[in-house]
Ligand binder design. Structure first.
Ligand code: PGA
Length: 248
């Protein structure tokens, strides 16, 4: 059986108690019978609110980051065990904004993925090249290096992760990779996973970067695009619902 696609919203640092309630109520009302897995990755202070709001709906809950550490003196960090208590099923790790603004390295991202997996949370491991790297012909080299770190640290558990290919130049810019450009990179990532596990087909490889209601269907039609990680368009119920519908 073909696996269901995974559509994950990345709210980033957006939302309020009132806005979240309106958005989630609209999503729950509009989602219908689940043809794909739909999730929202929300700012941590809203996890409890979301846990209550999503009750009875098919909407899954995700976090935007997780600590590589188990517990202890790590001011400001959130452990996988804490996230799990709120029903979190997914945690984004290594988003380019964290790599860029918080100095996250490939090794740290790999450790975060491991911490998530240890608590039954699926890490959505982000990889992607900058515009300069693409123009220098280094796209494959960069994404393979980023994924290799996660594979190296997580060994046979690697079939339990999700991957998000997010070209940095496409994030929040309105510039989307063409379906062909994205598929080319997704195929590279799939091949790399295949070399590491016999269960590589199980892994959701998501595309992210200005995915929206208008372009989702053509991206999702590609053989190795198993879903999307959606920023801006996930904050608008109608747009996110259109993307969810395109993933059936
Ligand atoms: P965008 O963000 O859809 O707003 O480009 C995607 C992401 O950064 O996950």
């Amino acid at each position: 059986m073909e696996k269901k696609k995974l559509i994950a919203g990345n709210w980033k640092m957006n939302g309020s108690l009132a806005a979240n309630e309106a958005l989630v109520r609209a999503l729950a009302a509009g989602m219908g019978p689940a043809g794909c897995i739909a999730a929202v990755c929300v700012p941590a202070p809203y996890l409890a609110q979301l846990q209550a709001l999503r009750a009875g709906s098919a909407l899954e809950l995700g976090a935007q980051d997780v600590s590589a550490h188990e517990q202890g003196a790590y001011t400001g960090e959130l452990s996988a065990a804490m996230l799990k208590e709120f029903g979190v099923r997914y945690a984004i790790v290594g988003h380019s904004e964290r790599r860029q603004y918080h100095g996250e390295t490939d090794a740290l991202v790999a450790d975060k993925a491991k911490a998530a997996l240890a608590h039954g949370i699926t890490p959505i491991c982000c990889v992607g090249e900058t515009l300069a790297e693409r123009e220098a012909g280094k796209t494959e080299e960069v994404v393979k290096r980023q994924l290799a770190a996660v594979i190296h640290t997580n060994g046979h558990c690697i079939s339990e992760i999700a991957v998000a290919y997010e070209p940095v130049w496409a994030i929040g810019t309105g510039k989307t990779a063409t379906p062909e450009q994205a598929q080319q990179v997704h195929a590279v990532l799939r091949a790399q996973l295949k070399a590491a596990t016999p269960h590589a087909e199980r892994v959701h490889i998501l595309y992210g970067g200005s995915m929206n209601a208008a372009n989702a269907a053509s991206l999702l039609a590609q053989p190795d695009i198993d879903g999307g990680l959606i920023g801006g368009a996930s904050l608008k119920a109608a747009d996110f619902l259109t993307i969810i519908a395109a993933a059936r």
